[in-house]
Design a protein around this ligand. Structure first.
Ligand code: UDP
Ligand code: MG
Length: 322
């Protein structure tokens, strides 16, 4: 028997969960019709939701023995949710997907075929259109991918998503990356393996609202840059060298002017401007340094990536004791 684990990180998804469950079980049945040697487990992660998500999990787990869940002690973020899911999934294959049906379950049978064929270790979808997204947002995300791929050795594919069908081997590779600052788009690509990208049109969320604001996306992209590139450090050294060069040339000009024409040094305003600019540059570069330092600081604490408060196993054990 082959087991496929479906990992679904959820944050305030009570509205969409029944829809998701209905869709995913249909697809599971469809796969089992073709591959009778395939079993499923649905592993939901409750990332500190403030609505009835956990209650929904408990109901599903009670009715369907294939449903497992992990509930965090607070909101740790989607990256932590995915990590917990991968760590606790028992399957020979693992699927990671969102609960909001923006990752259409109908792709899973095809993904399974790709991986079963032995040609690929991972199948994923790739957004080819950014419909339903504001123009400014699309522009910013395109710029992000452009910059990121210029300055990082790890290729981050534009439009690639966290909707993935992976072999156990790839999952183990991802789990071996134990960093605290997790940027999955980079991690998936860093581990390598043969990946099939399946193009698809963007779908709107089925219900509920997205937790991503423009600000949080912007922060997320900076995380990506700091996690997968040290180019900003090189850029700050470069800025230093360039301003040294400019200063050197200016010194030459001033000295020659003084020697040849006897011009007294003048220009209070220029002095202040240059001082301010150099000061600003220095602070900017120190800020970049600080970013890397703060990441190192968090890594060195080696805090757990997530904390579990409840799983379906705890609940079962309690029931047996009663
Ligand atoms: N999510 C999560 N923790 C968070 C934020 C989001 O587990 O702190 C989950 C969310 O429930 C969903 C997935 O991550 O299943 C993607 O979130 P969302 O749909 O808000 O993001 P978008 O699709 O807009 O990128
Ligand atoms: Mg979504």
């Amino acid at each position: 028997m082959k087991l496929i684990s479906i990992v679904v990180p959820c944050y305030n998804e009570e509205e969409v969960l029944p829809l998701f469950y209905a869709e995913i079980t249909k697809v599971m049945a469809q796969i089992q019709e073709k591959h009778s040697d395939t079993d499923f487990e649905l592993l939901f992660i409750n990332d500190g939701s403030k609505d009835g998500t956990l209650k929904e999990f408990r109901n599903m787990a009670e009715k369907d023995s294939r449903v497992r869940y992990i509930s965090f002690s607070r909101n740790f973020g989607k990256e932590a949710g995915m990590y917990a899911g991968l760590q606790n999934a028992k399957g020979d294959y693992v699927v990671v997907m969102d609960a909001d049906l923006q990752h259409p379950p109908k792709f899973i049978p095809q993904m399974y075929e790709y991986v079963l064929s032995g040609e690929y270790d991972c199948a994923t979808t790739r957004r080819v259109s950014r419909e339903g997204e504001s123009k400014i947002r699309s522009w910013f995300s395109r710029q992000f991918y452009k910059i990121m791929n210029k300055i990082s050795q790890t290729e981050i594919v534009d439009g690639a998503q966290d909707f993935r069908f992976m072999t156990r081997q790839m999952v183990e590779a991802i789990l071996s990356m134990k960093e605290y600052n997790r940027f999955s788009k980079g991690i998936f690509s860093w581990v390598g393996f043969r990946t099939k990208y399946m193009p698809y049109e963007n779908v709107e969320r089925a219900a509920g609202t997205t937790a991503w604001s423009f600000k949080s996306l912007f922060k997320y992209s900076l995380e990506g840059i700091f996690a997968f590139s040290t180019a900003p450090l090189a850029i700050s050294s470069l800025l230093g060298i360039v301003s040294c060069l400019i200063a050197f040339i200016m010194i030459l000009i001033v000295v020659i002017k003084w020697l040849v024409w006897g011009d007294p040094v003048q220009g209070y305003t220029t002095t202040i401007c240059v001082l301010l600019m150099i000061g600003g540059l220095q602070l900017f570069c120190m800020g970049i340094l600080g970013q890397y330092l703060s990441k190192t600081y968090l890594e060195s604490k080696s805090r757990p990536i997530y904390l579990i408060q409840e799983t379906e196993e705890f609940v079962q054990k309690n029931k047996e004791q009663d």
